[in-house]
Design a protein around this ligand. Structure first.
Ligand code: C2E
Ligand code: MG
Ligand code: MG
Ligand code: MG
Length: 287
């Protein structure tokens, strides 16, 4: 892979680049048909309440099963789908599939959880998100307050009044909103205050930076995470940490009053069937 070769500028002109362009072209032409061929699937990662230790929500993450390339990560194909004008259709499929899955967990009689769905900035700006959400809720029968949309800070930065209006519309429907990868963008605090949002998800790079040599250390990393938790609480929002991999990180986050965590410590993203084993039991390691 060209991107694994390092950041040497000369590589822009090597044959590996041609190979990569070719790979990209091939990916583009198959992405155009992926939806119709049923190649997308969702996996689910639990969020855990740090006080109760119980499953508090689930995030849906899309995967593309390409017949030759295997599983393609959303980090690779979502930007491509945006460029190709396909993100609206893919995003609508994700919303519907996620709502249906969540409703079927409810129908199994499991303790009801909320499903979180990622919405890209472009999808939010160019699509009629409230209409698509309404359709997904109607079709699945999922009550609106069991749906949460994860938006990135970049959404909040453009056309602020329009965005606030759309978010209020979603809020009035009963849908929850969280800000994903918080801290990596440049959202202004005054905008944040004006937006009807429910939670800040601390980007996993900050959660990772809590660790020095594998242990939580007093330092800049800890300061940043504590500051975001306090910011969330001052704005009356929940603080959720993503990318939690170790017990020490979880202990630190709990001590700082973080509300929920998500990450490999609790579970990798799994199929809808496998997620069922996370319901109805304590998911936190004993502290
Ligand atoms: P995200 O929404 O911030 O999702 C979290 C990502 O971190 C996921 O990667 C997840 O698998 C990964 N992750 C979870 N726990 C850990 C951990 O403990 N350690 C580490 N190192 N990673 C962890 P994934 O599934 O590859 O998704 C990447 C990004 O792609 C997502 O970041 C989201 O921005 C985007 N994405 C995923 N699904 C969708 C979708 O349906 N629609 C849109 N528009 N974007 C999506
Ligand atoms: Mg997310
Ligand atoms: Mg995130
Ligand atoms: Mg992230």
């Amino acid at each position: 892979r060209a991107k694994d070769l390092g950041r040497n500028a000369y590589q822009l002109y090597t044959p590996s680049m041609n190979a990569r362009s070719f790979e990209r072209l091939a990916m583009e032409s198959s992405l155009r048909h992926a939806l119709a061929r049923g190649e997308f699937t969702l996996v689910y990662q639990g969020k855990v309440d740090l006080v109760s230790g119980r499953l508090s929500g689930v995030e849906a993450l899309v995967r593309w099963r390409h017949p030759e390339m295997g599983l393609v990560s959303p980090a690779e194909f979502i930007p491509l789908a945006e460029n190709m004008g396909l993100i609206g259709d893919i995003g609508a499929w994700v919303l519907k599939a996620a709502c249906r899955q969540c409703k079927s967990w409810h129908d199994l009689g499991l303790p009801p959880v909320r499903i979180a769905v990622n919405v890209s900035a472009l999808q939010f700006r160019e699509g009629d998100v409230p209409a698509i959400v309404a359709e997904a809720l109607r079709e699945s029968g999922l009550p609106p307050n069991y749906l949460e949309l994860e938006l990135t800070e970049s959404v909040l930065m453009q056309r602020v009044d329009e965005v606030a209006h759309v978010l209020r519309e979603l809020r009035q429907m009963g849908v929850h909103i969280s800000i994903d990868d918080f801290g990596t963008g440049y959202s202004s605090l005054s905008y944040l205050k004006r937006m009807p949002i429910d939670a800040l998800k601390i980007d996993r790079s900050f959660v990772h930076d809590l660790l020095e040599d594998g242990h939580v250390a007093d330092g800049e990393g800890a300061e940043i995470v504590s500051t975001i938790i306090n910011l969330a609480h001052n704005l009356r929002l929940r603080a959720v940490a993503e990318g939690v991999e170790t017990e020490e990180q979880a202990d630190f986050l709990r001590a700082k009053g973080c509300d929920e965590i998500q990450g490999y410590l609790i579970s990798r993203p799994v199929s809808g069937e496998d997620l069922v084993s996370l319901f109805d039991r304590n998911l936190l390691p004993p502290s």
